[in-house]
Design a protein. Structure first.
Length: 348
């Protein structure tokens, strides 16, 4: 029937013209949970939920059982709803065959949903392409991607108003840069900020005092201090990460991500391009703020300095994964090297 984006699925739910089969996947967990919940709310009368709602989750269930439930008629209602979440469809070729047979002869009084959230399917495999084709022919394929930073910021502004507080667009963007672009996390942070603000405006100061920083934001504090030549702040930010018991390998990978952002923007500028051009080539949807930060911070560093920095980060990654050396000392050594590189000092 159709490949749908978020707007298309929302339109279906609003009109009440549902597909009888959905294959729902994508990057944004909150949106997947939200729209499946909306379908459930619209289709299932709570009084008859025990009869008309059938939920299966993970590898513990059998697809054959779910498809049998999909064949039954609803009791005292228009629809029977079957939700199969994170099913390991690659486990057996017979599962694909069973699914194909069901989709070829859909029960029109059932809405059947295959939802992938915690499990990520490899989109390059023949199995994935076959699933897409099966659901596209008989129902709807829904890919729920990350919203843009601007869209998420507007959602936060609207959400603050609904919670009795206010949040301007710039501070909404700042909250995303502090807490990350996971919508579920952001809405939890908004609940906390709105409660703390007690009907007043959520300011940047309030966000700094109350909001929980994500790993990327804390690592950015390290990198920002390094590029500014502020050794004290860089080591303090690193110490905070260790106090929070963050994995040293993940810390190093996140530092690498910040420098990759800067290197991409630096190369784009050298070619007469902007960070918007970088965003168009690489996947920065929902975290456009990272490129804005990179555009500002990379001005202090040359392409050669950024390449040398990335070499130092790679060397640290290899040592973290292949030696028994103290991980904290390795990362502190990396900070020293990055500071020297930023100052144009050779440490070899």
């Amino acid at each position: 029937m159709a490949k749908l984006d978020e707007a298309g699925l929302r339109a279906q739910i609003k009109s009440g013209e549902y597909s009888n089969a959905y294959f729902i996947y994508g990057e944004e967990s909150y949106l997947k949970e939200h729209y499946v919940s909306q379908i459930k709310k619209k289709l299932i009368n709570p009084a008859f939920e025990d009869f008309n709602l059938h939920m299966y989750e993970g590898k513990e269930c059998q697809l054959d059982d779910a498809l049998k439930d999909a064949q039954i008629l609803p009791m005292m209602d228009e629809y029977n709803l079957v939700i199969v979440k994170d099913y390991p469809i690659t486990r057996s070729k017979s599962d694909i065959k069973l699914l194909e047979e069901y989709l070829e002869d859909l029960n029109e009084s059932t809405v059947f949903i295959m939802l992938y959230d915690a499990v990520t399917l490899d989109e390059k495999t023949a199995t994935f392409r076959n699933l897409i084709k099966l659901f596209d022919n008989s129902g709807s394929v829904v890919n729920l991607q990350k919203r843009t930073e601007g869209d998420v910021a507007r959602l936060l502004v609207s959400g603050a108003k609904k919670r009795g507080s206010s949040l301007d667009l710039n501070n909404a963007r700042y909250l995303i840069s502090v807490s990350g672009n996971d919508m579920k996390v952001l809405l939890n942070e908004l609940d906390k900020l709105s409660y703390y603000s007690q009907g007043k405006e959520i300011t940047k100061q309030t966000i700094d005092e109350i909001a929980t920083k994500c790993l990327q934001a804390r690592v950015y504090d390290v990198s920002k201090a390094v590029t500014a030549g502020n050794a004290d702040n860089a080591y303090k930010a690193l110490a905070t990460l260790f106090e929070l018991r963050e994995d040293p390998i993940i810390i190093n990978a996140a530092i690498s991500g910040v420098y990759v952002d800067m290197y991409r923007v630096k190369c784009a500028k050298a070619a007469g391009k902007s960070y918007d051009d970088v965003a168009a080539v690489f996947n920065y949807k929902g975290r456009e703020f990272a490129l804005k930060n990179a555009s500002r911070d990379c001005a202090r560093l040359s392409q050669e300095q950024l390449r040398n920095s990335l070499d130092a980060i790679l060397e640290t990654d290899i040592k973290l994964k292949s030696t028994g050396l103290d991980s904290r000392l390795l990362l502190e050594e990396l900070i020293s090297k990055l500071l020297l590189i930023a100052r144009g000092v050779s440490y070899a």
